[in-house]
Design a protein around this ligand. Sequence first.
Ligand code: 6GP
Length: 825
Amino acid sequence: MTDARPRPTMRSVGSTLEEFERDLISNLYYQRGTTLESASGSDGYHTLALTVRDRLIERYARTAAAHYEANPRFVYYLSAEYLLGRQLRQNLLYTDTEKLARPIAAQLGTSIEELERYDVEPGLGNGGLGRLAACLLDSMATLDIPAVGYGIRYEFGIFKQGFRDGAQVERPDDWTFYGNPWEFPAPDDRQKVGFYGATAPVLDDPSGLRRQWSPGEIVRGEPSHMLVPGYGTQTVNIVRLWRARASRESFDLSRFGAGQYKEAVEDITRAENISKVLYPDDSTEQGRELRLKQQYFLVACSLRDIIRRYRLRNDGWDAFPAKVVVQLNDTHPVMAVVELMRLLVDEYRVDWDRAWSITRRTFNYTCHTLLPEALETWPVALLERLLPRHMELIYSINYFFLQEVEATFPGDGDRVRRLSIISEDGERRVRMAHLAVVASSAVNGVAELHTRLLTETTLRDFAELWPQKFHNVTNGVTPRRFVRMANPRLSELITTTTGSERWITDLDQLDALAGKADDQEFLDRWRAVKRANKVDLAALVEQSTGVVMDPDSLCDVMIKRFHEYKRQHLKLLHVITLFNRLREDPDLDVVPRTVLFGGKAAPGYHSMKLLIRLVNAVAEAVNTDPVVSRHLKVVLQPDYNVSRALVVIPAADLSEQISLAGKEASGTGNMKLALNGAVTIGTLDGANIEIRDRVGAENFFLFGLDAQQAEEQRRHHNPRAYYETDPDLRAAIDAIANGVFAKGDRTLFAPVVDAMLGRDEYLALADYRAYMECQERVERAWRDQDAWARMSVLNAARCGFFSSDRTVRDYCDLIWRVDPVRVTG
Ligand code: 6GP
């Protein structure tokens, strides 16, 4: 029987003011269940969010239909972290509805700014890696790349940072407390995930490679997705986030009836803890186990979902690697390769060799670090208990891999030991980066220097074995969020200067600004934009810290996670030196500066938490000194996150990128700041090198050891020698040691002093003098405001390369080989 009815279609949402208003009111009534008279601010926000969301849904439906029709090759991005940023303003921009929402909001006695206060940032990540994932999703959608992001829907995201007596205090981030209007639960796509238990041989497998796993615990993963719209295109992709739920039988009714309330929900609690928090404290055994559980939970759910999607349009396994490309965002999702092997070999009865060939052609791995301590390893004993079948599979993968090594380098036992997926020195551990490289077609670093150092040091043996596997894909940032949304004033100026809005999706257009770098009228307008942005920043700073910042002072910013290798302490030595000099000579002719720090320290990272305390203490001393504070202000902006970044970045004049060379994989804040006209003071580290190459050495303040010199310096570094021979340095360190910033208490900050004079792990003392001299060059440059504005323009003009659109194109050309699918309007 044929169905005579036409395929049902959606009522189209309109694009006029009247239609938007009609939908808004209808959402207020039918979705929010309230009325104009009784609506709260939160009702207003949710209603606006739903109305904007409706406009995206239509595009999403068309995208899904186009993808179904084309059955294209998809990119599946697996990441334990996403820092998506707030959604309301983004989606108003991407649906071009701000011009409708604004007058209606005004008519109803409110404003977008007012409603945006209810828009909570989903802080599902820590730092660079998480924000990069969000930038890549944005660019993939903008370039019409069929892609799905997979992640974890942490119930609590990155902690909220506050200060008590200057010390960091962490408060939970209950980000969905008032509901999240941007997500769609999809309970029908839930998946089952096993843990623990035992394995047993199967009878009909002569190879002995197939086994059966009977898990001891089963947890459900329930997905919900958020929409990822492209800019200037119809494509709307999704990011699917998994939340852990107990299976239905977990609630123990009889215990509850007997009054044993805690015991009655024990199983539920254990299951749901898996997606409870981002990065559980891994200083305990239980914490480490929970983290590994999270990782496996993410990949087990995601792979089943990928297979489900694949099977909608494809049969058999031969086409799998042609239709599916999985990108592993660092090592956190690497268990995915083992899980795919398990599914293929044990559950779908595919031969080992064929399964391995499929797996190897499906996965790729991006490494985001050079720090040895950041390369994950998991104890064999833990894996044997938590994921017994996976541990067996890892042994088999390693066995066949080491045979390959042996065949290429016969008799080189040392090399076999170095390459092995399992490290045997001390407690036996699985090296996740090795597993990732062995199972991937392509491995990439995130900046030229990083990739080079990876192949020469961290992954050198692998690069010798498979040189063609290694690629560089320099990071980028989305110009939509980090220029267009962050900096509307600059955007306006760029649009009028370049003649169109094309730059928003073709950032090389910024090049045209270079032609204006000597045009006085243009420079004045450029400076006016920066000044207005600094006034906005001053308002945020005053409201959150009470510090009054002068918008005409040099706005010197260091915004990033607190980490020793990033060297916030080197910046602090500079600040203390200025403080000392001004106290000694109140008439000293220095450039007025506001030094703004922003960033969180991991809750268990005690040395960095102490440094945060010291930053706050120095800020207090500087800002309350009647003489010093006339020239210098120091601020540690609390709870630095994506939303606050959007206020700080457009206001910055000077971008501090002062990590020890050879330690920062890339950095992406450096790119955001340069694109907004900040001039960089930095070392030859990560992507700083590529920024300098593009903006020109004369528009970049370079100082310090390079990666090779740092390596050599380390061998004979003697921090005390610097302390003893450099009076400014000595005065700065002595001020800390003598309790100048601790009301005379010499013990509080003693560990900071000891770390500097003891090992000085990241060679801050070796770079101190060069850094001070470089800051003097900055001051001289600042005194010529036209010349500074010119540098600022040229920084923005020449950084179009650092668009994440270019990054995604590089991934497509070098690694993914996916084609765009256009979605028609
Ligand atoms: C960061 C790197 O530290 C940073 O240099 C880079 O720009 C960013 O990744 C994006 O590639 N790494 C992480 O956040 C991390 O957790 C394991 O690495």
